[in-house]
Ligand binder design. Structure first.
Ligand SMILES: *[C@@H]1O[C@H](CO)[C@@H](O)[C@H](O)[C@H]1NC(C)=O
Ligand SMILES: *[C@@H]1O[C@H](CO)[C@@H](O)[C@H](O)[C@H]1NC(C)=O
Ligand SMILES: *[C@@H]1O[C@H](CO)[C@@H](O)[C@H](O)[C@H]1NC(C)=O
Ligand SMILES: *[C@@H]1O[C@H](CO)[C@@H](O)[C@H](O)[C@H]1NC(C)=O
Ligand SMILES: *[C@@H]1O[C@H](CO)[C@@H](O)[C@H](O)[C@H]1NC(C)=O
Length: 325
């Protein structure tokens, strides 16, 4: 009887807390592959042709390598990049070359000091990562999201979130120029919170997440990455229901669904029409501040990097998580 009496009141807070973002039907299986010790935070992960992952970390400029199929996956430091204190995004340029962005924390980069490092990654035999060259970015103080142009993969677009613009960097001739700016790329009302965090290109559109504005949207672009039409905001996080939630990096599956890392602990799925569901995670989830998501080529699993937490007990380093889809 006591249980029956308690039941109605138990539902009241649940209803009050209900968020407009509903959970997906099946609960995917989540496992932790590896966890760094505090204060190492994983910002981004990038799949290599051999199935292993490159990991960028933001407490140092160390780049790591991890085999997610190993029985006991362990991150191996493969290079420490020069003139940098923190790494953020990574992108494949083709021919075994990768660009790594050493932007990230505004405090570190307020005076400039951002670089794009071009590294060569050989995965035959033992992994061998060598620095090809570094491109200083003099007039940007914050750049996180990064994507290569599909037609010109040695040219990348980088989000300069402090200036609310997209910068184009040619990694062959080392030139940097503004591609376009837009109010949708500006910081949110909280000027100390991050702005654009994720960038991706699909079907002639540049997709972005803006953490501070709590938006996910896209611009039509041409082959050079210039804007050819107005922004379209496809989804947003509701300021009333999830006041601490914010978008970070994201990846597309083959159908064009975006899987978005959402702080403090979930992955949202946003369909091409903008309908948004909680794919995995939520309150009490195993994810400690998700930062980026990649989907395996066979579409059967997803890897998530996290930043870790400096609050609560115990404080925790960043994680590499696997989600079975
Ligand atoms: C790694 O690659 C560099 C550049 O291609 C080469 O000079 C070096 O010998 C390689 N190191 C190993 C251990 O294979
Ligand atoms: C790009 O910069 C690197 C390193 O500064 C340099 O080695 C390379 O020659 C530059 N490329 C061009 C086309 O200037
Ligand atoms: C660098 O290459 C781009 C094409 O990718 C070209 O538009 C630009 O003019 C080049 N800049 C220089 C200084 O050669
Ligand atoms: C603004 O953002 C910063 C960094 O995310 C956060 O620490 C701070 O609490 C935010 N301030 C407000 C008023 O929300
Ligand atoms: C949007 O797409 C989702 C997933 O494909 C579908 O379930 C939903 O009905 C669509 N919503 C609208 C308004 O078309």
């Amino acid at each position: 009887m006591a249980i029956a009496l308690l039941t109605p009141s138990f539902w009241v807070p649940l209803l009050l807390m209900a968020s407009p973002i509903v959970a997906s039907q099946a609960t995917p299986k989540v496992s932790q592959l590896f966890q760094f010790t505090y204060p190492t935070s994983v910002q981004n992960l990038l799949p290599l042709p051999n199935g292993c992952l490159l990991l960028s970390t933001s407490d140092t400029s160390n780049l790591y390598y991890l085999n997610p199929e190993a029985i006991y996956p362990a991150a191996q430091n493969v290079i420490t990049l020069p003139n940098s204190v923190a790494l953020s995004d990574m992108v494949a340029l083709g021919d075994g070359l990768y660009a790594i962005n050493s932007g990230g924390t505004p405090a570190v980069n307020a005076e400039g000091g951002m670089h794009i490092h071009v590294v060569e990654v050989a995965t035959e035999g033992n992994v061998n990562v060598t620095l090809d060259h570094s491109i200083p970015i003099l007039d940007s103080s914050s750049a996180v999201g990064m994507v290569a142009l599909p037609k010109y993969p040695r040219t990348i677009l980088v989000a300069d979130s402090w200036k609310g613009r997209i910068v184009r960097i040619d990694t062959i001739n080392n030139t940097t120029e503004a591609a376009f700016e837009d109010a949708a790329l500006q910081l949110g009302t909280n000027r100390t919170a991050p702005g654009v965090r994720g960038l991706n290109i699909r079907d002639g559109h540049l997709y972005f997440t803006n953490s501070g504005q709590r938006t996910y949207g896209r611009f039509p672009i041409d082959d050079q990455g210039c804007k050819t039409g107005d922004v379209e905001i496809l989804a947003h996080l509701d300021a009333n229901d999830e006041s601490v939630a914010s978008y970070d990096g994201f990846s597309f599956d083959s159908e064009g669904n975006a899987f978005v890392a959402v702080h403090p602990g979930s992955i949202h799925k946003i369909a091409p029409n903008g309908s948004q569901t909680m794919f995995v995670g939520g309150a009490d989830s195993k994810f400690l501040e998700p930062t980026s998501v990649v989907i395996s080529d066979d579409g059967k699993s997803m890897y998530v990097s996290t930043g870790g937490r400096n609050t609560g007990y115990p404080i925790s380093g960043g994680q590499i998580m696997k989600v079975q889809i």
